[in-house]
Design a protein around this ligand. Structure first.
Ligand code: EPZ
Length: 440
């Protein structure tokens, strides 16, 4: 049954929220578990639909996967992998599935993985993944919508990425772990999720250095050097940044727990520029406070350590009620302002000009019926609903459930008036379909 979120806005967020494990790290650790012909345990794995999709994909490959909801622990045994094909059903649901390509190719020297194609937020090319894997010695062809990769053996190579793609860095890293000799990956992505993947692989017995810088060195090891491991996923910096933007939008004051504040440096400095106050309470917690209307600011998205593209949509909701004019420049994706039309329906003064959003702060937004267009644009609408006057109803929230664990519970604990209900849209659709045609 479809569900929707109903929010009565206008309450300042107060209290505290604990951040879950990082979706975009956990999914890659799960894919990396395919390299090991034994068992690994991963803790701090959030209960999300994307995690469940990845678990199902690993099962179709022959892995045993068990998720303990209470402990947030996923146990994966990849001893008996008997299939190297990642079906389109999985990859079309969740692009992160494409990362099994590097693991399968690295361990079995063959893989057949559905091509993700473009997606709602942009073209999302994979040319750098392919070039990198070919440099390691793989023969790759594209046939029937699948990437078919084979290698007699994989050999370390010097690889330069034309841009620091997160996914290409991960696929190359995964394939190079068991390659013969050393791989030097230049202009690599530097995201904390890349460091987490390298730490996980090193804990498994890989030999990787430089993760978190633009040059990563992977010295190939043998399968028998790899061993079972227990590992804890890093906190989700994007989830943390989302709650921070919601506190700014509602002019609240709340504590964010279980974070690595240094992963949020670009975000924290923007919040300060917006007039927010940040207090570091301990190495894993900060307090965010916004007294009065936030200031308008300009944001430019960049690969890490720049301001993350995944957070520009939530911040646009806060800037929609800021003092003055903000410009948000999106440099990674072609189509990442998908909530702008819905914000306009709430009374926001927002306009898109090519890769820029121009946001003139208004006094207040008003609640409306809204459709979540994708994960981050969807959560942006929730934030807009939280600071708006009146009631908002947001449908298509399955997008949001892909990336935000217990979002209703977490916003409720911060004092929001928010609930999830079964959607009656289907009934309305049925009603419209059954209407007497003569009306038209
Ligand atoms: C990861 O996507 C994240 N997804 C994204 O988060 C995030 O927005 C992105 O990194 C950037 O931080 C996961 O980790 C599952 P990229 P990824 O390869 O790996 C171009 C979310 O909301 N490019 O760095 O796909 C590409 O077209 C998601 O959680 C090429 O041109 O990101 C895009 O414009 C959305 N050729 C840009 O680089 C390539 O071969 C960034 O892509 C690869 C990428």
């Amino acid at each position: 049954m479809n569900q929707k979120i109903i929010i009565e806005g206008g309450r300042k967020l107060k209290g505290e929220v604990t951040i879950s494990g990082a979706k975009n790290a956990a999914l890659k650790l799960m894919a990396a578990a395919l390299i090991l012909d034994d068992t690994c345990e991963i803790y701090n794995v959030p209960e999300l639909t994307d995690v469940s999709t990845m678990a199902k994909l690993l099962q179709t490959l022959g892995a045993k996967v068990d998720y303990d909801k209470n402990e947030k622990k996923i146990t994966i045994n990849s001893e008996n992998i008997d299939n190297v094909e990642a079906h389109y059903d999985f990859v079309s649901k969740m692009r992160a599935s494409f990362i099994v390509l590097g693991s399968l190719l690295g361990r079995f020297h063959e893989a057949k993985v559905a091509l993700p194609g473009g997606c709602s937020i942009g073209e999302r090319r994979i040319d750098l993944h392919i070039k990198g894997l070919e440099s390691l010695g793989a023969q790759i062809k594209i046939e029937g919508g699948y990437v078919i990769a084979k290698a007699k053996k994989l050999t370390g190579a010097k690889i330069y990425l034309d841009r620091p793609s997160v996914g290409a860095t991960e696929n190359i890293l995964l394939a190079a772990v068991l390659a013969e000799g050393s791989t030097v990956l230049s202009n690599a992505a530097q995201e904390p999720e890349i460091i987490d993947l390298a730490n996980f692989l090193n804990a498994m017995g890989a030999d990787i250095s430089g993760a978190g810088t633009s040059e990563i060195i992977i010295n190939g090891v043998r399968q028998k050097d790899l061993k079972p491991l227990s590992y804890t996923t890093i906190p989700d910096r994007i989830e943390a940044g989302t709650y921070i933007s919601a506190i700014m939008a509602t002019r609240g004051k709340a504590i964010i727990r279980n974070i690595f504040p240094n992963h949020l440096s670009a975000v924290i400095s923007k919040v300060i520029e917006m007039g927010g106050k940040i207090s570091v309470l301990d190495p894993f917690s900060i307090e965010v406070a916004c007294n009065g209307k936030p200031n308008a600011v300009n944001i430019v998205t960049q690969p890490y350590p720049g301001f993350p593209t995944d957070l520009q949509s939530p911040f646009i909701s806060a800037l929609a009620v800021a003092e003055g004019v903000s410009i948000v420049t999106e440099n990674l994706y072609e189509n990442r302002f998908r909530q702008m039309g819905e914000l306009t329906r709430m009374g926001a003064d927002v306009q898109q000009e090519s890769n820029k959003a121009i946001i003139k702060g208004v006094r207040s937004l008003t609640g409306a019926q809204l459709i979540a267009p994708d994960l981050r644009a969807g959560v942006a609408l929730i934030i807009a609903g939280l600071c708006a006057d009146g009631v908002s109803e947001i449908t298509d929230i399955h997008h949001v459930d892909r990336g935000y664990e217990k979002i209703i519970e977490k916003f409720s604990a911060l004092g929001a008036n928010i609930k999830r209900v079964d959607s009656e849209d289907n009934n309305i659709d049925a009603m419209i379909n059954n209407m007497d045609e003569t009306i038209f």
